[in-house]
Design a protein around this ligand. Structure first.
Ligand SMILES: *Cc1c(COP(=O)(O)O)cnc(C)c1O
Length: 370
């Protein structure tokens, strides 16, 4: 336990495991096998090639990824993928790609894709204020779409799909930025998965892209070199200078997931326990705390809720901050409170937050409901 690292409930960049931070601290000074600081090790070194190979293998193992996929480590964040995906996959297609608009981040993906045209919004949660997700009977996926796109976990609204969307005969593309490696995800049912590191698996600066090899067979030839996945696949993510440091930290996080946690099935159990603790408390609060998301679509990564009045909410956030809980203010787009409980946020930290919340409720003179 690292006593100087606070209780980080931030929506992102998120908490990282203490044991990883300790190794990072050492590596900043010197990576023993190399005799250099991680910040000054060449991306052309054998050591870094081994880092990339091990990380690729760890992700393949953790997700039970079959053959036939590239695992890439890119820059530009998830936002770059919002534009790269349609540039690569929509080129020369007759029919529109289908997007599910379930919240803030899928909206961003959508507006980038719309720049090029050829997009159909299959469903939007706008009318219900993004408080619930689409049911299967509201998603009439077409067999002709070049691909479908959705966000598995809406980080801002605290909504998570607890199933895989779409049809098996249309390529699925999914932004898994905020729940990647938090649970098994049936990776082999997707044609392209992207997830930046800074929510669940590392620092900002690197984005994991898992892409089916066959998807790259008919790519346009006019793409800028950096946006052509084939260049990154061919060079094992060493097309230009990659973010060596960020990639190394993600490697340490995958080692932690495999060796200390025991894999993504175990991680999922722990994450469920953490989420149930908080949602249980909201549900038992007699309307003092109100969950934003509908019951069946609640996110196990971002627990978003409100209090009855703006005043109560402000006091809650101020007192929580003073008690050492960091990053609880809701996203600037919707306000409220958001407890992000990513992989590295421990059950003990969630128990402490739950204790604080019960105590805060009991200390209020008048009980107002939201
Ligand atoms: C935070 C977030 C993004 C934004 O990613 P950047 O790396 O900042 O571009 C995209 N999608 C989801 C689901 C997110 O949570």
């Amino acid at each position: 336990m690292n006593p100087r690292n606070g209780l980080n409930f931030s929506g992102g960049p998120g908490a990282l495991p203490d044991s990883v931070l300790q190794q990072v601290q050492e590596a900043i000074l010197c990576v023993p096998e190399v005799g250099l600081s991680i910040l000054g090790i060449s991306h052309r070194s054998d050591w870094f090639a081994a880092v990339v190979t091990e990380l690729e293998n760890n992700i393949r193992t953790l997700l039970e990824l079959p053959r036939g996929y590239h695992v890439l480590f890119l820059q530009g964040g998830a936002t770059q993928q919002f534009s790269t995906v349609p540039m690569v996959l929509l080129h020369g297609k007759k029919f529109p790609a289908e997007y599910v608009h379930s919240g803030y981040w899928s909206g961003k993906a959508l507006s980038e894709a719309q720049r090029g045209g050829g997009i159909r919004v299959l469903w939007s949660g706008e009318e219900c204020g993004y408080r619930r997700l689409a049911r299967d009977d509201e998603l009439p996926f077409s067999p002709d779409a070049p691909y479908i796109h959705y966000v598995s976990n809406e980080t801002v609204e605290g909504l998570q799909f607890h199933r895989v969307l779409g049809r098996d005969d249309v390529p699925r593309v999914c932004d898994m930025s905020s729940d990647f490696l938090s649970k098994p995800c049936e990776a082999d049912r997707f044609s392209l998965i992207y997830a930046h590191a800074q929510k669940n698996i590392g620092p900002a600066g690197v984005t994991v892209v898992i892409v089916r090899e066959s998807l790259l067979e008919h790519m346009p030839d006019h793409l800028p070199g950096f946006l052509d996945y084939r260049n990154h696949a061919r060079t094992h993510s060493n097309f230009n200078t990659p973010p060596v440091f960020a990639i190394y930290v993600v490697l340490l996080v995958t080692r932690w997931l495999m060796k200390e946690v025991g894999g993504v099935v175990r991680m999922d159990q722990i994450n469920r326990e953490k989420a149930e603790l908080l949602y249980g408390l909201l549900d038992r609060s007699d309307g003092f705390y109100c969950s934003r998301a509908h019951l069946e679509d609640r996110s196990r990564m971002n627990v978003v809720f409100t209090l009855a009045t703006a005043d109560a909410q402000q006091r809650f956030l101020a007192e929580a901050q003073a008690a050492g809980f960091s990053g609880l203010a809701g996203h600037r787009a919707i306000g409220g409170v958001r407890a992000s409980i990513y992989n590295a946020l421990t059950l003990s930290a969630v128990e402490q937050l739950a204790g604080f919340m019960e105590d805060f409720q009991h200390r209020q003179h008048r009980h107002t409901r939201c």
